[in-house]
Design a protein around this ligand. Sequence first.
Ligand code: PEP
Length: 253
Amino acid sequence: MAKRNGQCYLFANWKMYLDYDDSNILANAIAAAKKKIPATVKMAVFPSALSLYPVGQVLGDVGISVGPQNVYWVDKGGYTGEVSAVMYKAAGCEYALVGHSERRLQMRENNHDVRQKTEAILAAGLTPVLCVGETKEEREDGKADTSIEIQLRSAFHEIVWPKDRELIVAYEPVWAVGTGLTCEPQEADRIHAGIKKMISLLVPNAEPVILYGGSVKADNVKSYLTGDNTSGVLVGGASTKLESWMEIVNSLE
Ligand code: PEP
């Protein structure tokens, strides 16, 4: 199922589910299964910071990209516990997640932090995967579109987008991430159309790639990918086991 530029994006966020050994075992299993993944699938994996380098070595050999789940916006210095975008770039990363709802909620990341991180990711030569989405309360109050618009404006207003750099946004309704609840595919695609429209105003020269994320599994992935405005999916829980990941891959055929 080819989507954008003949490719369907399947991005895997391993969150903090896998320790060092688990991550390496899964990376090796994915590398071994790579020939069963259609060439039209563009895959990237976001492991923990601890496992990123060895996982990147294994997956890089089979043409699968890696990236961090978070970055710090200063390149180097007295920032205990942080890792900069520049450091991840030097470690072989191509992408970086930014603004994931678990960081916005649990680590109190705000739109200003997300903007600084987005700029640092771009400056380091990485491609940001900006996560946006409304909370349950915002959806119930009819404020989903407004909430997403605020997040997009904050991340992209007057930003200088490097030529030829992909612009990727993952729409991840907060209430659907890790909950088993899912957004109706037509509604997700409607939101994606709105995100595209917004980006055409904020970053006119970019051609956005929009992913859906939120409890994607083998039995629902295709329903999202049929949307005209949807280029792929960002998968959390179901990407952390070879079996459920390959079920997703196989269900695309
Ligand atoms: C995510 O972490 O980006 C995500 C979408 O998680 P899950 O698939 O587990 O809902």
